[in-house]
Design a binder for this molecule. Sequence first.
Ligand code: FAD
Length: 415
Amino acid sequence: MAHLSETETDRSSQPPNGNGLCPLKVLIVGAGIGGLTAAIALREQGHDVQVFEQSALATETGAALHIPPNANGILRRLGIFADEFGANPMERITEYSAAGEQLRSLDLRGPNKRWQHQWLLAHRIGLHNNLKAIATSAAHGKKAVQLNTASRVREVNPKKATIVLEDGTEFHGDVVLGADGVHSVTRKFVPGGDVKAFPSGKSAYRFLVPKDAALNDPVTRPMVERPGEFCIWYATDRRIVMYPTSNNSTLNFAVIHPESESADQAGNDWTQTGNLQRMLEIFSSFDPAILKLLGKATPGSVKVWKLLDMETIPRWHTEHLALLGDAAHPFLPHQGQGAAVAIEDAASLAVVLPLGTPVKEIPERLLLYHQIRHERASRIQEFSRLIGQDIKEKALDIQGFTNYNFGHDEWDNST
Ligand code: FAD
């Protein structure tokens, strides 16, 4: 901290509040799920928070995502509840072969299948809008978070806790949090972080179908009629994942396949449109009833993107800068933990940076954050990779529910 005088290192850039404790000035890069959750959690601590988001947030895209119990508990603690963003609980998991034969099914509603909080299935836009609304309203006597849209950050100075936008405008804070997703710009300002995500070898078609469209068809009805049911159809190197979201009104599909089969269509972001007919061809060896279900997608609504992976970076912090969420540890989607671990990171940052934190302590508190989070996230990152691997011969036995750590749950094959 040689660059700062003793007085500067001791004091926050903000005046003390009524209790004589100085709030920190927190600059967050990226208003995704992790960035907005961090903004809410740090604002709840009493800090002065500004978020800088590259997009206008006018036309949010995205399909559904998981909010497993580890994340739902944190959201509830922050006053963010499922009914406010249209999530429904995951009630059952069922696995099928590509021929449509049910392999096993697990009812998550039974008395021995409980977590402390429900496992939710949510539309990303619903969750995102809710987080944005909560962050930008004054609550519990705390100031609203200042959300700056169309503000792409191009540079961070971790020593000075400054950020520079594309247009050259500079902002100074006490701490900078890089929540700018898989293609993070802030990551490269952390030693060892100048790495890029790379295609994992698999791509996914993503789309939503109104549940009624599948319920009204006698061929597809049996596959979709149970509420909250998460289904997977497996073949060796491809799989179809389907689950309901938005209060069980919409079906979300992630149709995962070898990257080479849609290479001319798939991009590295969430916006590339895929070809419905090609998707059906890629899955032509699957049961015709499943193909009929996939065929309910509206042409033009199908997106396709490469599933990206990234090497584990050695550290997530330096001086007054820390990374969180996909910027620190992008996950393959096979365990549904991407948003969840970003939410965990966000909450952890608020814990290590309570109101009254002296500015000179920030670097060591960010080290503490790294120490409590890095191993857990790295394990989940690795586990998500393993789950996504191609299934070899009889490996279906180890695929599936064991991935979800249900411990002593018993198979229920009666349904
Ligand atoms: P993200 O949620 O990806 O948020 C990162 C944010 O940072 C974005 O808003 C981005 O615009 C912003 N940003 C990036 N660079 C800069 C910069 N230089 N300056 C300022 N802002 C910047 N996951 C799913 O499972 N299903 C989906 O359907 C899905 N759809 C998505 C749609 C979009 C538009 C985005 C951005 C992400 C989507 N994801 C989806 C990813 C998922 O939200 C994340 O994997 C997970 O929630 C971790 O969140 P995060 O906050 O770390 O990153």
